[in-house]
Design a protein around this ligand. Structure first.
Ligand SMILES: [Zn+2]
Length: 291
């Protein structure tokens, strides 16, 4: 079976939870090659096995080089190992004994976080959906990770019906809380991963941005709390040794380093004997239910 047919089959099992991004009506897989709604809006399955649901190209500034670095860091280093373990555990607990459930990674990039979190649950009866506005990222995700569904779509217009998702992950990425609340089941979980003050402190230091993060983090956390009822909040801190090559990838993928001087990046890369700090907050929320 081709990647495209494989994906068509997978999507078919969950198509009742999807909706057309244009008219919001039900959508279904037709001829193993496209998604079609009753108003005849049609979206082709790409040969890599993803569907582009945007009717115009996005202006995402994330390119292939960045996603390649991101994949290197997420899959070949231990930088996010603690995070992946924790998320796997939380999600497995929540979905225990259930089937046909959707785990959505909102802002999935090239897909490695979703794969790492669900990879150990291969026999799972539930499905992962990765959504990102970057076609480049989604294409890479679909090219490698065949057991999840991948869509190019806008987080402000998720192609999912109301209350269709059991768990939403949103890892170090922008969110759309109105949409998250719409698609989340009544007892669904939204898991947001936010950087804490020490996150990549060694990189921040060479960039002279050491104090910026604490303030941003506070804003993100309080906004999350306005929208969701917090059920748990977990802080994860770790220190990881990265090779020069891995440090170069880290500087490539981290938005905070995009406008840095080459000299500063070199300085960071050369400090290979120092560990890099991972300092994250995992916010776990549920919908605030109105009576
Ligand atoms: Zn439609």
């Amino acid at each position: 079976m081709s990647s495209k047919e494989e994906m068509a089959k997978l999507i078919q099992n969950y198509e009742q939870k999807l909706r057309c991004p244009l008219c919001h009506q039900a959508i279904h897989v037709a001829d193993s090659s496209k998604l079609v709604c009753k108003n005849h809006h049609a979206f082709d399955l790409a040969k890599q096995g993803y569907v582009n649901l945007l009717n115009q190209p996005s202006d995402s500034q994330y390119d292939k080089k960045l996603f390649t670095s991101r994949r290197e860091i997420i899959t070949q280093t231990n930088l996010y190992q603690l995070l992946h373990q924790k998320l796997s555990e939380i999600i497995a607990n929540h979905l225990k004994g259930r089937s046909g459930q959707i785990l959505l990674d909102a802002g999935s990039g090239e897909g490695s976080h979703l794969e790492q979190v669900t990879g150990k649950q291969k026999e799972s009866l539930n499905a992962g959906i990765g959504i990102d506005i970057s076609k480049e990222g989604v294409k890479m995700a679909a090219g490698k990770y065949k057991s999840q569904m991948w869509f190019v779509a806008d987080l402000a217009n998720l192609p999912l019906i109301d209350q269709s998702v059991a768990v939403i992950m949103n890892i170090l990425s922008p969110a759309n809380y109105q949409e998250f609340k719409r698609v989340l089941e009544d007892d669904g979980l939204v898991i947001k991963v936010v950087p804490r003050a020490g996150y990549l402190a060694e990189l921040r230091e060479v960039l002279g941005k050491k104090n910026e993060q604490a303030y941003d983090n506070e804003k993100i956390t309080s906004l999350f709390k306005e929208h969701f009822h917090i059920v748990d909040e977990i802080s994860l801190t770790d220190q990881v040794l990265l090779s020069s090559e891995e440090r170069a990838h880290l500087a490539q993928m981290a938005p905070l380093a995009w406008h840095a001087e080459q000299e500063e990046i070199e300085q960071f890369i050369e400090r290979g004997s120092e560990k890099v700090t991972v300092d994250l907050d995992v916010l776990i929320g549920k919908r605030k239910l109105t009576k």
